[in-house]
Design a protein around this ligand. Structure first.
Ligand code: TYD
Ligand code: MG
Length: 459
């Protein structure tokens, strides 16, 4: 028997080596090398060319002579999904949707499939995880009835490819990439080379036939999509579907998008009858806010092109053991000690022997500097045990000298606050001027954190 040719490959970065190594020389990660069975060289070359979306030879051309064509897009009924995708589904694109098991990926895609099918687009939903009957049960629960929606339960890529050929759908869903296998690759489904080859083949199908393909990818314990990072590099768009299992809200965000911005997020609510869109997220994020409690401040944060009002909560309490704790959920945890140091040095709050817990209510993650001032106000409010006014909204970036710096898109943020009945907006003084505040909103411009605290908490 001929000896099988094996090699080892890093699951993180794709580094190849003839022998196993504990530490990957490519990315320095430990225990990421897995055994892979080598394939004939020619098919790899093919896969590479196709994965770049080029079937034919191309030559260097002056950029001015290339024709500009906007990508043909199809709008789904889901405004949230359309926005996250950058304005609808691009034909011929390969979209990866990642998320924890049970978060609702299959539900989302089945619902989107049905909406597309209702608009007379032919859709092929391939499940490698559930039987056709199981998919039907789910469809019944979601009240899906559409003849244009074909359901197919298969794991062999060869069969899948043949069925796509026969049915020539406009949209294909592959649920999930970890369950399907390429017959020419001998390693197990879900392994690095399987995932890579299957994705390359799906990319080829998408590009040559102009079919939009959605693939589902499961997320590992570490939080990245199982299989190599390569998977994310290969596809056009990577979306993550997130949320806490105990909450019914789900957030769809783009982490990579060749056809749009990656700042957008879509919010859904998981109900008995499937996912429902949340058109006004600010309302739900503020729903459970307890008024008059110290340590709570509302900020208008931009999520992509949309302003969202969220509550930032802080709990400051004396440290009982040696080192004070600094914990944050939903905010960059490095910002917390930094803002506390600014409060200590520039405002004179004695925080060094205090534990600090920060939380963004509702399970959202905020990562823009415009939330700094609200974080600082929350910390000071909890520390002094003085509540902020329920009708105040606080916006601004904080610098190391305690100055409050200008933020982007102030008008939109203030408008969102006005829409939800906020009466005062505390904002960077530099942001005032050149625009009109909506009726009923008082703008309070501040230059420093201590000014902001005086306004928000009184002297
Ligand atoms: P699912 O789409 O199967 O998750 P994934 O494909 O990401 O693994 O979602 C399953 C969860 O959603 C399950 O816990 C039940 C819940 N669910 C509802 O609450 N309502 C519904 O209408 C459906 C179909 C599922
Ligand atoms: Mg599923």
């Amino acid at each position: 028997m001929a000896k099988r040719k094996t090699k080892f490959m890093c699951q993180e970065c794709g580094y190849e080596s003839p022998k196993w190594m504990g530490k990957c020389p490519g990315c320095g990660e430990w225990n990421k090398m897995v055994e892979e069975v080598e394939k004939p060289a020619n098919s790899r070359r093919g896969a590479f060319a196709h994965s770049q979306g080029m079937g034919t030879a191309s030559k260097a051309t002056p950029i001015t002579t290339i024709e500009t064509i906007s990508e043909p897009r199809v709008l789904t009924e889901s405004q949230e999904l359309n926005r996250v995708l950058g304005g609808g589904v691009v034909r011929g694109s390969l979209v990866l949707i990642g998320g924890d098991p049970g978060i609702g990926k299959s539900t989302l895609l089945l619902q989107v499939s049905s909406q597309l099918a209702k608009k007379n687009h032919s859709v092929l939903y391939i499940s490698g995880e559930e039987s056709m009957r199981q998919t039907k049960l789910r469809a019944d629960r979601l009240s899906i009835t559409s003849e244009q929606l074909l359901v197919y339960s298969e794991t062999s890529l060869e069969e899948i490819s043949r069925t796509i050929e026969q049915t020539s759908p406009a949209f294909v869903i592959v649920d999930s990439i970890q369950t399907i296998y390429h017959p020419e690759v001998t390693s197990a489904p879900g392994s690095v080379s399987q995932v890579r080859e299957c994705t390359a083949e799906l990319m080829r199908i998408a590009k040559t036939k102009g079919i939009a393909i959605f693939i589902v990818g499961h997320v590992t314990k570490e939080g990245s999509i199982a299989g190599p990072r390569l998977l994310e590099h290969m596809v056009d768009t990577v979306l993550y579907f997130e949320g806490e299992r105990h909450h019914t809200y789900r957030i769809l965000r783009a982490v990579k998008n060749r056809f749009g911005s990656t700042n957008e997020m879509g919010i859904f609510e998981m109900k008995e009858m499937g996912l429902e869109e949340v058109a006004n997220p600010s309302e739900i994020f503020l729903e459970e806010r307890s008024e008059g409690a110290a340590g709570s401040t509302v900020v208008a944060s931009m999520e992509g092109t949309r302003p969202v009002l969220v509550e930032i909560q802080a709990l400051i309490s004396p440290t009982s053991f040696g080192n004070p704790r600094r914990m944050a959920t939903g905010i960059d945890h490095n910002r917390v000690p930094l803002l506390m140091a600014v409060l200590e040095k520039r405002v004179g709050l004695l925080l060094q022997n205090q534990d600090a817990y920060l939380k963004v209510a509702g399970g959202v993650k905020l990562d823009e500097p415009a939330i700094d001032l609200a974080v600082a106000v929350s910390i000071a409010s909890s520390f002094r045990d003085k509540p902020t006014r329920a009708t105040d909204c606080v916006i601004g970036e904080v610098g190391l000298t305690g100055e409050v710096r200008r933020v982007s898109r102030i008008e939109q943020r203030v408008q969102e606050a006005a829409k939800l009945g906020f009466e005062r907006v505390i904002l960077p003084a530099n942001n005032i001027g050149g625009w009109q505040a909506p009726a009923g909103v008082q703008l309070i411009g501040v230059n420093s954190v201590s000014e902001a605290l005086n306004e928000a908490l009184g002297r």
